[in-house]
Design a protein around this ligand. Structure first.
Ligand code: SAM
Length: 333
């Protein structure tokens, strides 16, 4: 399939999808309480898309107007061959931006290979700077290896280094100032993300929820948050900077001030389904058709069909008991 410059991925609400987030594995070496199931992952290796299949779908998506790719999981660095996949995707015309979301535990060992493969930026997930709390949250005593990974990324020139923290009332909201302070000490983009009712029933999750407006108010007490003008390539974060700080603060209110109106994303799950939205169970199987000989054109039509199912806005809330059937580790956050 040759690349067509026009985006053919326009949904029924006139939004253009140019961003594909790909979960390359449902395996994760952490067991974050709010995310991962406590049982071991369930996908067998033949249920997972192969790296070759993922690359084929990227190529097809690129032909339709996808230009940004994020690899996530599970923990994407747990899957062998990520560097090879990145270097292939990098050579795919029309793909101009590749990023990875990682818990960082395995990064320091893989940073050089990922850099050589062409990765330029990384998002780390880190909800606490306290190693005891880290162990309590994730089930693993690995705070130091995450920190080493973040430092390795900074030293090797990955830019930007983003640190994403999910704010949980009564667990890490006492660390807002310490986490935000990282943006004053390092050129990091520290992003605060509202807790979403995904791994748990919405009513149970409500207890932990802290709205982004309250987070902003707290951070403002630390120093004035100076807004950074939005650019065309910005994601959902509202961006700020403390005066003189080398880094940035980002605020992402997925629940209280959702950004569905400007959502440009499609998702590919580890087991080969395209999804129009993180917060919906709607999905279309692309793996089965691919494995029974579907042409690029047929697979391209499945991208278009997935996008047609994208709702105007997600319907997830803390008021009902509606719970996502699919696990976050398989969809990819
Ligand atoms: N293992 C990688 C990592 O840790 O970044 C990638 C996968 S993880 C599912 C991606 C992101 O989803 C993480 O930043 C995690 O904090 C976020 N996440 C998981 N469950 C969430 C929830 N209920 N609310 C908000 N963010 C969540």
């Amino acid at each position: 399939m040759t690349h067509t410059p026009d985006c053919q991925l326009i949904d029924t609400h006139a939004r253009r999808a140019n961003y594909l987030r790909i979960s390359i594995t449902d395996r994760c070496n952490l067991r974050c309480r709010y995310c991962a199931p406590t049982k071991p992952p369930s996908l067998e290796s033949d249920e997972l898309l192969t790296l070759k299949e993922i690359h084929r779908l990227v190529r097809i998506g690129a032909g339709l107007g996808i230009s940004k790719i994020r690899f996530t999981g599970g923990e994407p660095l747990c899957r062998k061959g990520l560097d090879d996949l990145i270097s292939r995707v990098r050579r795919t015309s029309a793909i101009v931006d590749i990023s990875v979301t990682t818990n960082g535990t395995l990064l320091s060992d893989q940073a050089a290979a990922l850099k050589r493969a062409g990765l330029r930026r990384i998002n780390f997930s880190l909800d606490t700077l306290d190693s005891d709390k880290f162990r309590e949250l994730t089930g693993a005593d690995r705070f130091q290896s995450v920190w080493r990974g973040i430092m390795a990324a900074a030293e090797m020139g990955f830019d930007p280094v983003k640190i994403n923290a999910v704010v949980m009332k009564g667990f890490n909201d006492d660390e807002l100032e310490a986490l935000a302070g990282l943006s004053r000490d390092y050129p990091f983009h520290v992003r605060f993300i509202e807790y979403m009712p995904i791994g748990t029933a919405p009513r149970a999750a409500r207890r932990r929820f802290l709205p982004i407006a309250q987070i902003r108010e707290r951070l403002n007490r630390l120093g004035t948050l100076l807004p950074i003008a939005r650019s065309a390539v910005d994601g959902p974060a509202r961006r700020f900077r403390y005066e003189g700080a080398p880094g940035e603060i980002g605020l992402i209110g997925s629940m209280s001030s959702h950004f569905c109106g400007s959502c440009n994303r499609l998702r590919l799950t580890a087991d080969g389904h395209l999804r129009p939205c993180l917060l919906s169970d709607e999905q279309i199987d692309v793996k089965a058709p691919m494995r029974t000989g579907a042409s690029d054109m047929v697979l391209a039509s499945l991208f278009v069909r997935t996008l047609q199912r994208k709702k105007e806005a997600h319907r997830m809330s803390f008021s009902g008991d509606r719970k996502l059937q699919t696990k976050m580790v398989s969809i990819g956050g």
